[in-house]
Design a protein around this ligand. Structure first.
Ligand SMILES: *[C@@H]1O[C@H](CO)[C@@H](O)[C@H](O)[C@H]1NC(C)=O
Ligand SMILES: *[C@@H]1O[C@H](CO)[C@@H](O)[C@H](O)[C@H]1NC(C)=O
Ligand SMILES: *[C@@H]1O[C@H](CO)[C@@H](O)[C@H](O)[C@H]1NC(C)=O
Ligand SMILES: *[C@@H]1O[C@H](CO)[C@@H](O)[C@H](O)[C@H]1NC(C)=O
Ligand SMILES: *[C@@H]1O[C@H](CO)[C@@H](O)[C@H](O)[C@H]1NC(C)=O
Length: 427
């Protein structure tokens, strides 16, 4: 009796797809737009993510064209969202907007409903006359840094080049340049957005200021403000349990001059953990140079026998300038190291690279803010990595790492005051 039952279930599933919003959306879009169904390779590629554990299977992938009509309307995005309002909302179909697909959180840019892919919004345009860089909502940092390489300009962007511009920037954006210039969202000139009713508009310090403020920290699909009522966004626009400000199609950053840099990854022997922890604490306490940045990693590597080995210390050191001041990272270089990629002066692209690291695993992140780190705190972190490494190494886990990221206490107020309008207080 199992066979007929399977057939019935299949038919029900097929009917659901056919009666869902995808065919209606598909029939309305321009020739350059694409709608992919689960039977195609393009669909599989479009829903691919950094971690496979946050992949969901949508009814279809809608890939709007970035073509702008004479009346400045992004037709396909507008139409898709209008259908969200009329059809998708009516059928309670969830949706998500994907930029780079790097977030580990299920549902932030993945969905079982309508997956809106910004793959065609993939461009970086430097305008030296206005001192701005306009970046398409579906671009990743590899493309941004590759395009800006050699221009003498950069933006306050992501550290991992495989991350997308959209989610990174709307969520905050810790950068190698944060000590000097704040978060990515502290450096925005304008955000282009299509609202849920299909209206294409911009938000900036001079237009839709309330929306500009809300978007800076507004995250992905995740609804953060449910009682807020915007001029163009009445309270009934709630999709599948999430609130959404709209689809961000372009983000304009201020351009900042970029010179050569120094940087590298230093890996130390297990025996040096206490010394490395102490050097990180000393750097955090005493460094005042906004061009210098450190990320410290305490990592449990596989021991090859079903457990993790003792935690291994490693640091990434970055200096945003062509001349490294004497002694800037001397505490770190005084510790015997196993390997290093330290180099300079090199270009920012050489430092950033185009490799986002290991992908295709299942996994997740947690993050939290602390008061300034102490050596005792870092020893506790080391002990936790040992403890959980011993437990997780027994399962299918292959990697466990804690990153300690000290920033200057002035990081969020060091940037130009005209850009300091973010939802995050500058303390
Ligand atoms: C894939 O599915 C869609 C929607 O059901 C259909 O229109 C299309 O013809 C199918 N393509 C292939 C190659 O089967
Ligand atoms: C964006 O364009 C670059 C080439 O300019 C390409 O390598 C990259 O894969 C594209 N990204 C997406 C998401 O299509
Ligand atoms: C920071 O610098 C001060 C003054 O040079 C020194 O006394 C202190 O030990 C340093 N802090 C650390 C953690 O090294
Ligand atoms: C696994 O290997 C590591 C180092 O190779 C060793 O220290 C540890 O005792 C081993 N653990 C088990 C459970 O065999
Ligand atoms: C790992 O698994 C082994 C075998 O099941 C067990 O003896 C050991 O206690 C486990 N270790 C931890 C830390 O859970």
């Amino acid at each position: 009796m199992t066979k007929p039952l399977q057939v019935v279930l299949f038919l029900v599933a097929a009917l659901r797809v056919a009666s869902g919003p995808c065919p209606t959306i598909s029939a309305s879009l321009s020739a350059d737009a694409n709608v992919y169904y689960p039977n195609s390779t393009e669909y599989t590629l479009a829903i691919e993510r950094w971690l496979v554990s946050s992949i969901q299977q949508p009814q279809c992938v809608v890939e709007p064209s970035s073509e702008i009509l004479p009346q400045l309307i992004l037709r396909d995005v507008a139409l898709t969202l209008s259908f969200q309002l009329e059809t998708v909302h009516a059928t309670k179909t969830p949706f998500a907007v994907k930029s780079g697909g790097h977030t580990s959180n299920v549902g932030f840019s993945s969905t079982t409903g309508v997956h809106i892919s910004l793959a065609q919004f993939n461009y970086t345009k430097l305008d030296v006359s206005t001192g701005t860089v306009a970046i398409g909502g579906g671009t990743n940092w590899i493309s941004v840094y590759t395009t800006l390489d050699g221009t003498g300009f950069n933006v306050v962007g992501g550290r991992n080049p495989a991350v997308g511009v959209g989610g990174f920037t709307l969520g905050g954006g810790y950068s190698w340049k944060t000590n000097a210039h704040g978060l990515a969202l502290d450096n925005l000139v304008q955000i282009s957005i299509v609202l849920p009713d299909g209206t294409a508009t911009t938000a900036s310090a001079i237009s839709n200021q309330d929306l500009f403020f809300a978007l800076k920290g507004g995250f992905n699909n995740f609804g953060v403000i449910t009682e807020f009522t915007f001029r163009a966004m009445p309270q009934d626009l709630v999709f599948g349990g999430f609130n959404n400000f709209g689809v961000v199609t372009e983000i304009t950053f201020r351009a900042i001059p970029q010179d050569l840099v120094f940087g590298g990854h230093l890996v130390f022997d297990v025996a040096q953990l206490a010394a490395v922890n102490a050097a990180v604490v000393a750097f955090e306490q005493n460094n005042t140079d906004t061009r210098a940045a450190v990320v410290h990693g305490i990592t449990g590597p596989p021991a090859g026998n079903g457990t993790f080995a003792a935690p291994v210390p490693g640091v990434q050191l970055f200096y945003d300038g062509p001349v490294l001041p004497e002694g800037r990272f001397s505490d770190f270089f005084a510790i015997p190291m196993l390997t290093t990629t330290w180099a300079g002066p090199i270009t920012f692209l050489e430092w950033s690279g185009t490799d986002g690291g290991v992908s295709g695993l299942r996994g997740y992140f947690h993050a939290f803010s602390t008061l300034p780190h102490t050596t005792e705190f870092l020893q506790d972190v080391t002990d936790e990595v040992s403890l959980f490494g011993a437990m997780l190494g027994n399962t299918s886990a292959v990697y466990l790492s804690v990153a300690i990221e000290p920033f200057l206490s002035t990081a969020l107020s060091n940037n130009d005051a005209t850009f300091r309008s973010s939802a995050y207080p500058p303390v």
